[in-house]
Design a protein around this ligand. Structure first.
Ligand code: PAF
Length: 276
């Protein structure tokens, strides 16, 4: 498998299938790579880049797990053909302003991730736009675990029109442990006791999906998260496309949670099908 670290080594266009990651790869990422393998596009390009601009000061940028050798072996086994692993200096050269695309409404208006992590989606859009510009893929695969991110990226691609020439954004369902915990690179930071409490997120979402109204679903989620001693950033039921508040479950909605255990912040979400 080819490793590319310098921008000068990149071809003019890859025309392949792209999976952007920050490394610390796990089964959730491998599912995205395998999904890319099922597309007709080649090569399968995985980027590994812990993007500093999407972390606020005091967040876990420094602590974010990094293990290139292991990522390399496992990405290759899952079907990756090229690893793009640039340095921060290559992605953000000194004295060069890397533009931030206009932030779509779905980033800020729902008051979810951007309320807890101001500037986060600016950083995500900046790096993803830069990666799309550099790699020029035909399709890119994103996980539903970062559901708001998925909607933000889709909206950004739609807004940018022809910039990425028909680029298709493909989503893939969240991969879970057998007890329901969504796979996340941050799970390795949980101690044994926190790992067991973290199952509160998926239990709360499951309960929400069986509730009769958004307020009932939100109350049920809060109760379960409290029972697991999780500090809630948000636990809400929202319109599945706009992420704005809803009064009924008549249209497809999404239950979304962000909660903290010590200094680990976890997010998860679940589709609630329309109830008519
Ligand atoms: O989801 C992630 O891992 C990151 O936000 C992404 C899309 C790779 C951008 O840095």
């Amino acid at each position: 498998m080819r490793i590319i670290r310098e921008l000068t080594e990149l071809p003019p266009a890859y025309d392949g299938a792209f999976i952007p990651t920050m490394g610390a790869l796990h089964e959730g990422h491998f599912a995205l790579i395998r999904r890319a393998v099922r597309t007709p596009h080649r090569p399968i390009v995985v980027s590994i880049f812990v993007n500093p601009t999407q972390f606020a000061p005091g967040e876990d940028f420094e602590r974010y797990s990094r293990n290139f050798e292991e990522d390399y072996e496992k990405a290759q086994a899952a079907g990756a053909e090229v690893i793009f692993a640039p340095s921060v200096k290559a992605m953000y050269p000194p004295d060069t302003q890397i533009p931030i695309p206009p932030l779509p409404k779905v980033a800020r208006e729902p008051g979810l991730e951007e309320s807890s992590r101001p500037g986060h989606f600016e950083g995500v859009c900046q790096v993803v736009a830069r990666l799309f510009d550099l790699l020029k893929p035909r399709c890119a695969v994103f996980g539903e675990k970062d559901y708001q991110q998925l909607l933000v990226i889709r909206a950004m691609v739609e807004h940018e029109g022809e910039r990425w020439d028909g680029l298709e954004i493909i989503s893939h369902e969240t991969v879970r442990e057998s007890d329901g915990l969504a796979l996340s690179s941050r799970n390795v930071n949980l101690d044994t006791e926190q790992r067991s409490r973290a199952t509160g997120l998926s239990k709360a979402l499951q309960q929400a999906s069986e509730s009769s109204s958004p307020p009932a679903a939100e109350a049920a989620m809060r109760r379960i998260l409290d029972d697991h001693d999780l500090e809630i950033d948000y636990a809400v039921v929202r319109d599945a496309e706009t992420l704005m508040a809803v009064e009924t479950l008549e249209k497809p909605t999404r239950a979304l949670i962000a909660a903290r255990l010590g200094n680990v912040r976890l997010i998860d979400n679940l589709a609630i099908p329309a109830s008519i």
